[in-house]
Structures are given as structure tokens and as C-alpha cells.
Design a protein around this ligand. Sequence first.
Ligand SMILES: Nc1ncnc2c1ncn2[C@@H]1O[C@H](COP(=O)(O)OP(=O)(O)OP(=O)(O)O)[C@@H](O)[C@H]1O
Length: 246
Amino acid sequence: MSMLLQLKQLAKKRPGSTDSYLFRNLSAAVAEPQIIHLLGFSGQGKSTLLRIIARLSGADAGELYLFDQPMAAYSPEEWRSTVCYVAQQPIMLPGSVEDNLRIASHLQQIPFDRDYARQLMERMELHLDWSKAAAQLSGGEKQRLALIRALLLRPRILLLDEVTSALDIHSQHAVEQVLLELQRSEGTAQIWVTHQLEQARRISQRIWFLAEEQLLEDSSPQAFFHSPRTEEARRFLQTSLEKVTN
Ligand SMILES: Nc1ncnc2c1ncn2[C@@H]1O[C@H](COP(=O)(O)OP(=O)(O)OP(=O)(O)O)[C@@H](O)[C@H]1O
């Protein structure tokens, strides 16, 4: 079967360490455009794994395949316009909101799709003056602008690193709806990192649980949340629940 994305035996050492690993022999495959949530305790390497998949950081061992082709078959630019990483604390480019929106078309040398940008902004309830300096936006506005900037690249795979963490629940739902719709209509696969389990329950179609240097669980949300296989996942769910109720 043809695969969108394959992670084969990936390993990454802890920064600064020679023999301690964040993860190793980590393998997974994405065959269809699903919404996957990558969950785990803090510091397990979730962001690091997303950054490796985005080719923003290198693995110490292992291989990535995109559409059944090894990473070496793609230039970094080709890869990064197909597999797009959106950070929790996005970096705004110098200039205005519009300058930030135009960057995708500038990089890809394609006409700027103003209507699509406007539509995404409306649907994410981002009502901004396009001439405003991007540096002056709030955290939540920057998050949505960075997400729209990535969507204008029309990536096949989106890597979303806590991209709604600065949003109120209303804006969060608006963003989730846009991304769900994008998966349904365009077939955009998505790997989300979040600490909001409610969000994972709402929209996830598959859970990857990173612990003990592995994707310890790779399962349906139903199975993960209701009958996790491992003690570590049960502990994670219990601890996360306590955090919400305390
Ligand atoms: N640039 C860096 N320099 C030094 N240490 C780093 C760097 N990036 C990550 N680390 C360390 O690597 C480990 C994994 O970090 P990472 O951000 O990938 O974890 P995470 O699972 O996403 O955590 P969180 O849920 O808290 O965001 C952490 O211990 C972190 O401190």
C-alpha cells in the first residue's frame, strides 16, 4: 500500500547527552490523511519529533519516507512545502500582516491567493488590518496568522505544535473546524501536539503516545482514552485528569 509518511527506526539523543535517548527505534506509518494527536508527558520529545519530520532538525538514526520516497529524494524546500510545521510560538517575519501572508507565494513563486487568505482569516475569526505590523499582534493572533501562512502553502501534511494554546475556547473551536474541514475536503493529514486532552478527544482520529523512548501506543482515540494498553498511558491519563480537576 502506498504511504503518505513513514517514520522508520528514528532515534534522537537527548540534547547534550551521548547515551541517553529521547526516542529510538521509533517507527510509524501514515497511510491515509488522518488527524493524529501525539500525546505524552512534558519533555518526552514530541516537539523534537515534529521538527525532525519537518526536516528542521536531524535524527541521530533512522529514515523518513514521504509518498514512498526517501527523504534524500527531496530538496529541503520541496519537503518543507509539502510537510509544514507550525510552532507554538510562531516567529513573525518583519513587516505587516499582509507581508506575512504573502511569504508562501513568494517562496513558491506562485500568485498570492488573496481570496483564500481572506476566507481563512474570516473562518478563524481573525479580524485584522492587513497593514498592521505583525510584531504588534497578540499571541493568539500570531498563532492564527502563522497557521494561515502555512495553509497558504497548501501542504499535504501539517505538523501542529500546540497551535491553539493561546486561543480562547471560541477561537479554538473555529480553528479546529477549519482544520477538520481541510482534512475532509483536501485530504490534509495532520499531526497535532497538544496538552489539551479534551481537544484530542474532540477531533482526533488516531493517538500516538510517546513514552519510554517509543510510540508506546498507536491506537484509536476510543481505545486510548477508554482502555489504554499500558500502565504508562493510564498514569498519563490519570495525571492529566487530576490537572484539569485541581
Ligand atoms: N534546543 C534545545 N537545547 C537543549 N535542550 C533541548 C532543546 N530542544 C529540546 N531540548 C530538550 O529535549 C527534551 C525534549 O524536548 P521537546 O520540546 O521535544 O519535548 P516535548 O515532549 O515537546 O515537551 P513539552 O510537552 O513540554 O512541550 C527536553 O528535555 C528539552 O529540554
